[in-house]
Design a protein around this ligand. Structure first.
Ligand code: SAH
Ligand code: SF4
Ligand code: F3S
Length: 458
């Protein structure tokens, strides 16, 4: 069968889609562009209202393709978990719904539904343990992945847990991904080893709250710091990153690891959400700005050049001008290299739905714009400081926009910064993805760097 996967949401969803594509390819299915596909999978996100609304508009569009017999749509991910069989009623061409834990059964279900055109299936139950999935071929890495999925040669994601127990008062994730379930550390390490053997150089460990790895019924006494040290020791693994980290759970051993593990990248995404103590309290985050700054100081002491990024919500119910100024002040104190910022969005069933007063969209938008403008400025300044430095990038793929003449390749430096380099005499078919290249940074753009290769590596 020819199939197409459309993915919304976080890196966990991106990684889930990647796994599903590989699992279907191993069954002889072929991943194709949307216009050529017979079966469609939409992997959904409901973290804010906007991505949820997008799912309905995409389904409307896909309905137009499902006119041939045997053509159908599967809906997976967080909106699927939330709406469940409601999708069958609204969209007759949807024949499979799978939630967060149900994805393990999706490949077989897709095959069954391709055979039996009258069948509909739903997998929406939460499990109590991390559901191990069938092992899929991890190489050749890029060829299996259609455009838009974002998997890159030489780098891979590895799930270490599923779900979240934090119930931050604005967040739907604990309802859509279920309780925290840590994966067996031996399985994690084995997957990392296999990936490295198949040519992967950079691994990003994934979970909604990786710092609390092992602190649930799936725990075997191995902490997140222990896991990091074990994975770091895998021969041939050049780079490790992890996401996401809740500040309340970051252990001192994880902070010191940034100074000790040579292949742990000097980069951390540490969602702050707000710089106001009263907002943080009502968000249920369980840290205050003082504690957040202590963590930042610890990280900078362990790894002075560490690049920090964050998530920020503006317009949380009850956020005053003063609260917002506190957030703006934290941008100056921490100097995040980048931040993802969002207007608060009411989600069904979360505690903050009942919090008052709501901040008007107009005020929230003004705060968001001001914050993003300031952040863009700080980002630009940090990038400008890189000019003239030598660094090493892991090549990913030819850059989308290519200038005249030389082919440009895009890669990331250890700090996670995107660097574009022209490579003369190289064509875009040459498989440079996954290779490390020494570069000199020559120019800073708004969100990326430009460099030139140093020496002759090939
Ligand atoms: N587990 C991660 C967050 C996953 S959700 C963590 O704790 O950091 C990704 C981001 O979406 C959050 O960090 C938050 O900034 C944002 N977000 C979550 N719920 C939201 C809501 N209701 N409105 C606006 N932004 C939200
Ligand atoms: Fe949501 Fe909070 Fe869990 Fe992150 S830690 S997924 S923001 S409930
Ligand atoms: Fe979205 Fe679910 Fe991830 S709500 S952010 S896809 S955990």
């Amino acid at each position: 069968m020819k199939f197409n996967v459309i993915t919304f949401g976080c890196q966990m969803n991106v990684h889930d889609s990647d796994w599903l594509i590989r699992a279907m390819e191993s069954r002889g299915w072929e991943a194709v562009e949307e216009s050529e596909a017979e079966v469609f999978v939409v992997n959904t996100c409901s973290v804010r209202e906007k991505p949820e609304q997008k799912v309905y508009s995409v389904l409307g569009r896909l309905g137009g393709y499902c006119t041939k017999p045997g053509s159908f749509v599967a809906v997976g991910g967080c909106v699927a978990q939330q709406i469940g069989d409601g999708f069958f009623e609204k969209f007759p061409f949807v024949r499979l719904v799978f939630g967060s834990d149900g994805i393990a059964k999706a490949p077989q279900a897709l095959e069954e539904l391709a055979e039996d055109h009258n069948k509909k299936l739903i997998f929406n139950d939460f499990l109590t343990d991390y559901p191990e999935r069938e092992k899929v071929d991890s190489s050749p890495y890029q060829d299996l992945v259609p455009p838009g999925i974002g998997t890159i040669t030489g780098q891979a994601f590895v799930n270490i847990m599923q779900g979240c127990d934090n119930f931050c008062t604005y967040c739907i994730v604990p309802y859509t991904r279920g309780r925290q379930k840590s994966r067996d550390p031996e399985q994690v390490i084995e997957e990392c080893r296999n990936l490295v053997e198949s040519g992967v150089r950079e691994i990003t460990l994934l979970g909604q709250n990786v710092n609390s790895f092992g602190m649930d019924s799936g725990g075997t006494g191995v902490s997140f710091a222990d896991l990091l040290y074990k994975i770091s020791a895998i021969a041939g693994l050049e780079r490790i990153r992890f996401t996401t980290s809740h500040p309340k759970d970051i252990a001192p051993e994880v902070i010191t690891a940034f100074g000790e593990l040579p292949n742990l990248c000097p980069q951390l995404h540490l969602p702050m959400q707000s710089g106001s103590d009263s907002v943080l309290k009502r968000m249920g985050r369980k840290y205050d700005r003082k504690r957040y700054l202590e963590i930042v100081d610890g990280l900078k002491a362990a790894c002075p050049e560490i690049s920090l990024s964050t998530d920020i919500i503006v317009g949380f119910p009850g956020e005053t001008d003063e609260d917002f100024e506190d957030t703006m002040e934290m941008l100056e104190k921490v100097r995040f290299e980048s931040s993802f910022s969002f207007k608060y969005s009411d989600r069904p069933g979360v505690a903050a739905v009942k919090f008052k007063p709501k901040v008007s969209d107009d005020i929230a938008q003004k705060r968001l714009t001001r914050l993003q403008e300031r952040q863009n400025h700080i980002t630009r300044e940090s990038l400008e400081r890189c000019v003239g430095r030598e660094t090493e990038i892991l090549l990913e793929r030819p850059s989308r926009k290519q200038g005249e003449g030389d082919i440009h390749w895009r890669g990331k430096d250890p700090w996670g910064r995107v660097v574009n380099v022209p490579l003369s005499g190289i064509t875009d078919d040459d498989s440079l993805g996954g290779k490390l290249l020494k570069v000199l940074i020559t120019e800073a753009k708004n969100h990326s760097l430009f460099g030139k290769k140093v020496g002759n590596p090939w």
